[in-house]
Ligand binder design. Structure first.
Ligand code: PLP
Length: 415
């Protein structure tokens, strides 16, 4: 039998079985195998269609295979994909200029994943603390928030307050001080002369779309200014339109010293992340002090430039506000329903983003996600009792209504 014949008689492939057998079991995916996506819709191997209301944790803010982003990727694939930073390429400079302009800060460290952007910001903030602020060597501290999520590297999980993220992975990097999120007094109390930075998600995504009290970010900005401490905003999930503004910090008119972007910056096509910061922070890094083989590659930069161009138009932000109002209006019935004991303890929304906390007796968020899957809607539990909803910002009003019909029906009759 030739190789070709062997290929043609191969039995139905079993991709999930292969994944079970050969991939590390670090995830517990919902039982659906996706083979195609377009806009807000994805299709499984049997041809069933689903509305994607997770959007790859907001990496798909512009939906699956957005035509403008695919065209930008294809054009760049035909020119140049990778140079390393040993040489210049013609996409990195324009990308950094355009991203600085979008965020309103001076300079960029181009990286690939969100965790790398966080790590890079920690390094830059420590450098700044020693070289500019004058913190004694190896004493710099960074104030963080409880229940934060900033990625999965060993340094980052060291200041996670989730035991599952930490168990068996120590020893951890010292120098981090987690404080309750939303409590500016606790944050200020954790600051001393060694403090380089405060690192926060303006809205805590993985924790269940936790929106801080009004004025919190502005108060944190004021505290940071008073103590000569950098404010680092991790906008990897909250940024690029998700909350109805370019950055979640824009809601409080707060300009951080350092902004971290990732996820949607790659248009759902390529991984690309960035530290965007004030000149005085980034300029503490000299050649040899930091780097990445793929960081700043022309393919990722070309896609990200198209993303930035879309953000500059203001359309994704506008869509997030319009669809977000629709989302909030429709989810309202879940907590305001009279009669039946409510299946929902709380709903939080900001922009086109929601966290739905199930009430005791309504079962787990995992079980609810599985029921929604059976009804053609993809969402994911983000804790035992919280479902996160984050549709593509490009979802149509009709498709969003369709998905919300299913969510309201399913969640309303849980337990
Ligand atoms: C997803 C996420 C990260 C980590 O991004 P990766 O690309 O998975 O490394 C960091 N911060 C926040 C707020 C995130 O949501």
């Amino acid at each position: 039998m030739t190789l070709l014949q062997a290929a043609s008689v191969t039995a139905t492939p079993d991709p999930v079985g292969l994944e079970e057998r050969y991939a590390a079991h670090t995830y517990h995916p919902l039982p659906v195998t996706l083979v195609e996506g377009e806009g807000s819709w994805v299709t499984d191997a049997e041809g069933n269609r689903y509305l994607d209301l997770l959007s790859a944790y907001s990496a798909l803010n512009f939906g699956h295979r957005h035509p403008r982003l695919v065209a930008a990727a294809q054009a760049q694939l035909g020119r140049l994909t990778l140079t390393s930073r040993a040489f210049h390429n013609d996409q990195l400079g324009p990308f950094c200029e355009e991203l600085s302009g979008l965020v309103g800060l001076d300079r960029v460290i181009p990286m690939n994943t969100g965790a790398e952007a966080v790590e890079s910001a920690i390094k830059a903030a420590r450098r700044w603390a020693y070289d500019v602020k004058g913190v004694p060597a190896d004493r710099a501290t960074i104030v963080t928030a409880q229940n934060c999520f900033h990625g999965r590297t060993t340094t980052i999980i060291g200041f996670s307050t989730d035991p599952q993220a930490q168990r068996g992975f120590g020893p951890f990097t010292p120098g981090f001080r987690p404080v309750p999120f939303g409590d500016v007094g606790a944050l200020e109390a954790a600051i001393d002369a060694t403090t380089a930075a405060v690192l926060l998600e303006p809205v805590q995504g993985e924790a269940g779309v936790i929106v801080p009290p009004p004025g919190y970010l502005a108060a944190v900005r004021e505290v940071c200014d008073r103590h000569g401490v950098l404010l680092i905003a991790d906008e990897i999930q909250s940024g690029l339109g998700r909350t109805g503004r370019t950055l979640a910090c824009d809601h409080d008119d707060v300009v951080p010293d350092v902004v971290l972007l990732g996820k949607a910056l790659g248009g759902g096509i390529v991984p690309i992340s960035a530290v965007v910061a004030r000149r005085e922070v980034i300029d503490t890094l000299e050649p040899g002090s930091h780097g990445s083989t793929f960081g700043g590659n022309p393919l990722a930069c070309a896609v990200a430039r198209e993303v930035i161009d879309m953000m500059v138009s203001g359309e994704p932000q506008q869509l997030a506000r319009e669809r977000g109002a629709q989302l909030a209006r429709r989810l309202d019935v879940l907590t305001s329903a009279t009669g039946e004991p409510s299946r929902v303890a709380a709903v939080r929304t900001i922009g086109l983003w929601a966290g739905i906390d199930l009430a005791p007796g309504a079962g787990t968020a995992r079980a609810a996600s599985e029921q929604l899957l059976a009804h053609g809607v993809l969402v994911k539990d983000t804790s035992d009792t919280t479902i996160r909803v984050a549709p593509p910002l490009t979802i149509s009003a009709a498709d969003l209504d369709l998905a919300l019909d299913r969510i309201v029906e399913t969640v309303g009759s849980l337990g």
